[in-house]
Design a protein around this ligand. Structure first.
Ligand SMILES: C[S@@+](CC[C@H](N)C(=O)[O-])C[C@H]1O[C@@H](n2cnc3c(N)ncnc32)[C@H](O)[C@@H]1O
Length: 235
């Protein structure tokens, strides 16, 4: 008997329906599940939240001045040791990313900490991480531009930005109360002599990580002598 055309098509259609259903279900699961954590206790926005940001146009008021790259957690730990935190300190992390500085400071040292980021997705990350670590009462996360923000109550400031952004922040940082500590991962602050430069060996690259510390009021950096050109030839 010659099989009819519809007879071979039905199982194929059924398989197609199953395939589409499977894709829809796995898509729905992906939307609901959070992305895998990148640090201990960290959670990224779920895909659903990402879609929400996308469709509601929840974008930074202004483009971030530097992209998000987290400070390695062992470096965060060393920087907070170097900050010599005391219970009445108030730590600000300017451009707080996933909130690792503020969460670690609050959890380990019990200090008040303020994280500021211009990117609403980073604000969601930070608030969630503070909640998961049980330090919401000590941690405040603000969505703001660090160049527009009042940081006058900060006694410790942590930075992982760019050299030119550190320099732009100098007028604000210079007005902090005497004794305030400023710590920067990787980048210096041209014109301000660091009180300490800490090198942290790493296997991730050939040169060590560097951490700079300034204490307000900092010493100005000696101006380097002008580069001498090649000796001019007499006539
Ligand atoms: C290199 S990441 C550092 C994140 C975090 N401090 C850390 O060390 O893990 C810089 C962060 O600064 C934020 N940022 C960039 N420009 C900013 C601005 N003008 N105001 C507030 N946050 C800003 C970015 O969204 C990003 O999360």
């Amino acid at each position: 008997m010659i099989p009819s055309r519809t007879g071979t098509r039905r199982p194929r259609i059924r398989r197609l329906v199953w395939l589409v259903a499977l894709m829809l279900v796995s898509g729905a699961v992906l939307l609901i599940l959070p992305q895998p954590p990148t640090i201990e206790g960290d959670e990224r926005p779920t895909h659903l939240e990402r879609l929400w940001f996308h469709f509601t146009g929840t974008q930074p008021a202004k483009a971030p001045d530097v992209v998000y790259v987290p400070t390695p957690q062992p470096v965060v730990d060393r920087m907070l040791e170097l900050a010599e935190l005391k219970p009445d300190d108030v730590l600000y992390d300017l451009g707080c990313g996933d909130g690792r500085f503020v969460v670690t400071a609050a959890r380990r040292y019990g200090v008040r900490a303020v994280g500021v980021d211009i990117n609403p997705q980073r604000v969601v990350d930070s608030r969630r991480n503070a909640k998961r670590a049980g330090v919401e009462s000590l941690v405040t996360i603000k969505q703001a531009d660090i160049f527009e923000l009042d940081i006058s109550d900060a006694t410790v400031v942590t930075l992982y930005l760019l050299p030119e952004l550190n320099v732009r922040l100098m007028p604000k940082l210079a007005r902090l109360q005497p004794g305030a500590r400023i710590l920067s991962f990787e980048f210096d602050m041209r014109g301000a002599l660091p009180e300490t430069v800490l090198e942290i060996p790493t296997t991730n690259r050939s040169d060590p990580y560097r951490v700079f510390r300034w204490i307000v009021p900092w010493q100005p950096e000696p101006v380097p002598p002008p580069a001498s050109g090649p000796p001019s030839r007499g006539r």
